[in-house]
Write a protein that binds this ligand. Structure first.
Ligand code: GLC
Length: 475
């Protein structure tokens, strides 16, 4: 079985969030199960030079973008035994500020999606059984496969899977670009149109042979009309081909026993190293050196669906009335960035904030923290809570989507975290206090940390679930 992942980002080449983690680790897990998995992504100019140096040029092709004819260089690289194709066009992918958010994103990813299909005949007999597409940036792959390629000999039998990592970002554009940018005519409009606009997320759902999202609970929420940002009717119509599979994490990358990014290594059997990681982090974030004070961490994009608003309402009071430290790594909306920046100034030695995205630093904070806060309003899967567990940080989460599927409240003496059902400031406050109280009982806390670290969120079961899903659509 041959699977080609198409994605706008993938570790280790380019990452802005969880999507890159998944596309950077699931193919590796599939290969361990003898499934041939490769990845195709854009060759962003901002990819680190040493990674660019590791790529080899294969060939170039001309890709139609409606009436345009655009150059596309095809480069190959390897990471963890997985072959990556990186598609080059500097006009589209040499941009100064990040990988998304440009006026012509629709055209950039139409080019990419079309190029994914156009490159296949140039790859020496490589013929994937499934193109596994991810989020709206690659939603045109199933559309183009259906409209332009399905009958062509080189594309016979290629099936498509469309994975929704977050339905909030849909790729909405005016209908006027249907022909001029996407190269489709009015007879195809119904595949893409939703609520009077082009909606690429909808188009992917319509055209792919199967559709899934990244946790069973989020799948159920989308079907029931929660957190679906308007698309429930479309998903409900297509429920027969829709499912949820919980993401896994790369347990080799996130392994406190060997992680080179952290001050000292540790494992559930010997937590000495974790104490040293905490001391090192306290120094790095200019927090008071105190091994006994519980350290609560957040590592997150600072977007409203991450639940930052209720944190803003309660954190001040929590800090004033309890013995705790708080450290955050994140970037995003200005109002959140400035809140945390200000908070760090108001509580020197007790609050630390790093505004930005820094992978190494994230590892250090995972390793150092006692508790990991994730109050997301909605969370398709969430990987941070799984990573935190692995490093012995006890998750405090809102019961939604993948958080609900991975974290169980420890009130029953068996769970692996603390959770709240209603996403309200009061519930957050009460649950954090419950965790802080739990921390006071040293022996009980150690048992809880050991239970967290023993949780298995490696790809195993989920990779097998993907293999079953691929098989179900391959004819
Ligand atoms: C998106 C979702 C997140 C998920 C990740 C990987 O970033 O918001 O919940 O874990 O994709 O699927």
């Amino acid at each position: 079985m041959k699977i080609l992942f198409a994605s706008s980002e993938a570790q280790p080449f380019k990452a802005s969030g969880g999507l890159a983690e998944v596309v950077g680790s699931l193919p590796k897990a599939l290969r361990k199960r003898l499934v041939g998995a490769r990845v195709v992504m854009p060759l962003y100019d901002s990819i680190a030079q040493e990674l660019k140096d590791s790529m080899t040029f294969l060939c170039s092709i001309i890709v139609p973008v409606a009436w345009r004819r655009q150059y596309c260089g095809i480069f190959e690289a390897r990471s963890n035994g997985v072959i990556y194709y990186l598609l080059d066009n500097q006009y589209y992918f040499k941009r100064a500020n990040g990988i998304y958010g440009y006026y012509d994103d629709a055209e950039r990813f139409a080019f990419f999606s079309r190029a994914v299909l156009e490159m296949l005949p140039c790859l020496d007999g490589y013929h994937p059984d499934v193109i596994h597409c991810n989020d709206w940036q690659t939603a045109l792959v199933p559309v183009y496969q259906t409209v332009f390629y399905a009958k062509a000999p080189a594309y016979q039998g290629i099936r498509t899977l469309f994975t929704i990592h977050n339905i909030e970002y849909q790729g909405k554009y005016g209908m006027d670009i249907l022909t001029d940018v996407f190269g489709l005519d009015a007879s195809h409009a119904s595949l893409l149109e939703f609520g009077g606009d082009i909606n690429l997320m909808k188009a992917g759902i319509e055209c792919a042979d199967a559709v899934n999202t990244v946790s069973p609970s989020y799948a159920a929420e989308l079907l029931e009309g929660r957190n679906a940002h308007g698309l429930t009717p479309i998903i409900a119509q297509r429920s027969a081909k829709f499912s949820g599979i919980l993401n896994g994490i790369d347990t080799e990358v996130y392994d406190p026993a060997v992680d080179a990014n952290i001050a000292a290594n540790f494992s559930a059997e010997s937590l000495m190293g974790k104490a040293r990681c905490k001391a090192a982090l306290q120094e790095l974030f200019a927090l008071e050196q105190d091994s006994d004070v519980p350290l609560i961490a957040m590592i997150t994009r600072l977007a409203s669906h991450k639940g930052i608003d209720i944190v803003m309402q309660k954190l001040d009071h929590l800090l004033q009335t309890s013995n705790m430290q708080f450290a955050v790594i994140g970037s995003g909306e200005w109002r959140y960035e400035s809140f945390f920046g200000e908070l760090a100034k108001r509580f020197p030695g007790r609050v630390g904030a790093y505004i930005g995205y820094d992978q190494q630093l994230s590892h250090k904070l995972y390793a150092a923290c006692d508790m990991f806060l994730m109050p997301s309003v909605s969370e398709p899967c969430g990987l941070s809570q799984m990573i935190a567990l692995r490093y012995g940080g006890v998750p405090i989460v809102h019961e939604t989507g993948g958080l609900r599927d991975s974290i169980r409240d420890s009130g029953d003496g068996e769970g692996n975290g603390f959770s709240f059902a209603e996403q309200t400031p009061e519930a957050l406050d009460a649950t954090v206090r419950r965790a802080l109280q739990g921390y006071e009982n040293k022996a009980g806390w150690q048992t809880l940390v050991a239970r967290c670290m023993a949780c298995d969120f490696s790809w195993g079961q989920s990779a097998n679930a993907y293999i079953r899903l691929y098989k179900s659509i391959i004819r």
